[in-house]
Design a protein around this ligand. Structure first.
Ligand code: ADP
Ligand code: MG
Length: 481
């Protein structure tokens, strides 16, 4: 990315921020990334489909016209969803394989990416749940129930806690509140939360499942329409509130509103369930009291899926696929091979079954070990990417360049400190999902533009200086091992 375009982008964002206000800006634009600007097309990416949809329908013209003020040749805005794994070729198969639509089942966009398997097996459906007050929840996927959730060593506790909450009676005393589940991508957080929501719906309790983004949307539009009071009341009438992907909750007033809701519900003895990609203490946006409230119930991590669990999940996917495509046969050795080699997450397992099914249906080639090896090539990751923590980055960079962590965070500006600091900020940007302001805060309360400058400098150095690029690679490897 050339720096001229990055400068355009920074100025466009600055102007959007001052026009829309901090809260609206942070909610919708903070995690937006400029991918490219070429031939008049501005390519931006966001982490979820919901964000893409929202920005597209509400802000695309504003973004385009701001960009045109910078660069008159701009004529189109393209928004994509940044994906975390590689299932790139599935969409082309989707069209060919999805059972003919007979128009009877309204299928909504799922809130997660990569749910392609449901297209293939044809039993995906989504339903919107509403509570009496008119607060409507995020769509629920018909397939994400307890019946379809496989239990293994690393999710036993999360599953048991979820089940307990789901089956608790209306006025039963709560065992833990909130239940806070965290895990990396594709390990079953959303599945578990939606299973609770489906189950909760069959009890007397008023149940609401919301992604943090829908919560944010509700909040921002209530602020705009001056219906905050009604919004608050509606939320506080919920018996079982389930919030998914808390890491996407941004914006000061939205966070504040979330905290009030959390406190009010817990104090009133209502159950709250939360999922996130990080521990409560890693939510820098929240203050200490909220973080401690988040960890005040039961905090459970869902670990990586063990091989046995992967086999079980694959079996259930293949059975589901067979129900729709009867000729689809997967030999045991292929199943074991896939379970052994596609280790990253359950979403990749879905991708794997899709590929086998796709190849089999499109070409008539039987599913064999040889075919599976060919199809799985890019789903198999040589190195499992670990979640990297900023503290570890600071520690390892500090050790490498012989600088203390305190110095990295200090305001000292001597060259022997500045360079490692820049490197650490750069690594924080490329190895974690943290935003620039968050990184700034974790580096001794620096401004996000300072971080941005450091990142750019390092990007530039990496691209022109081979030895430096190698140094960075070594650090990256140490952090990811
Ligand atoms: P997350 O929300 O943690 O990113 P999801 O809940 O969306 O992950 O899971 C990704 C896919 O993997 C979904 O299709 C889900 O049904 C499946 N999956 C994850 N864990 C399990 C499990 N334990 N049993 C069955 N399917 C699972
Ligand atoms: Mg999820």
């Amino acid at each position: 990315m050339d720096s001229l375009n990055l400068d355009h982008w920074t100025r466009v964002k600055d102007r959007l921020r001052s026009e829309l206000g901090d809260d609206v800006f942070t909610s919708w634009f903070e995690c937006m990334k400029l991918e490219a600007f070429e031939k008049g097309v501005i390519r931006l990416s966001v982490p979820t489909r919901f964000l893409r949809h929202w920005v597209q329908s509400h802000y695309s013209e504003q973004v385009l016209s701001k960009w045109q003020e910078e660069e008159p040749t701009a004529n189109r805005l393209e928004l994509t969803v940044r994906s975390c794994n590689n299932t790139a070729y599935i969409p082309t198969l989707k069209a060919a394989l999805a059972p003919a639509s007979n128009g009877t089942n309204v299928v909504q966009e799922p809130t997660n990416e990569h749910h392609d398997i449901r297209h293939l097996v044809g039993n995906r459906g989504a339903q919107s749940m509403s509570v009496r007050e008119g607060l409507s929840g995020s769509p629920l996927d018909l397939r994400l129930t307890f019946e379809n959730f496989m239990v293994g060593r690393n999710n036993t506790l999360a599953h048991a806690a979820a089940k307990q909450i789901a089956t608790a009676g209306h006025n039963e005393k709560l065992m833990f509140n909130p239940l806070y589940v965290y895990a990396g991508v594709g390990l079953g957080k959303t599945h578990l939360l939606q299973a609770i929501a489906w189950a909760g719906n069959t009890t007397q309790r008023k149940t609401l499942y919301l992604t943090a983004e829908h919560f944010m949307y509700g909040c921002v539009s209530a602020l705009r329409r001056q219906t905050v009071l009604a919004f608050k009341e509606a939320l506080r009438g919920i018996d079982l509130l389930i919030i998914d992907d808390l890491q996407f909750l941004q914006g000061r007033s939205t966070q504040a509103e979330f905290c009030h809701t959390l406190n009010a519900l817990i104090d009133a003895g209502r159950q709250v369930v939360i999922a996130s990609d990080r521990q409560p203490s890693d939510h820098e946006g929240f203050d200490d009291r909220v973080r401690s409230r988040l960890s005040g119930g039961l905090v459970v991590e869902i670990g990586s899926l063990g091989e046995e669990l992967r086999v079980e999940i694959l079996k259930s996917r293949i059975t589901a696929a067979k129900a729709v495509h009867p000729g689809f046969e997967v030999p045991q050795e292929v199943l074991l091979y896939v379970a052994k080699s596609v280790t990253h997450n359950a979403r990749d397992l879905d991708g794997a079954v899709n590929r086998l099914l796709g190849r089999n249906k499109l070409t008539g080639e039987p599913v064999t070990l040889e075919m599976a090896k060919r199809e799985m090539r890019d789903l198999i990751r040589p190195v499992e990417l670990k979640r990297v923590r900023i503290e570890d980055i600071q520690r390892i960079v500090g050790r490498q360049y012989n600088v203390s962590r305190a110095d990295l965070l200090s305001s000292r500006r001597t060259a022997n400190v500045v360079r490692p600091r820049h490197i650490a900020m750069y690594l924080a940007k490329i190895l974690t999902l943290r935003s620039l302001p968050e990184i700034g805060r974790l580096f001794g309360g620096r401004d996000h533009t300072t971080v941005l400058n450091a990142v750019r400098k390092m990007e530039n150095l990496v691209s022109i200086d081979g030895a430096f690029a190698e140094e960075i690679e070594v650090l990256k490897r140490q952090l990811q091992d």
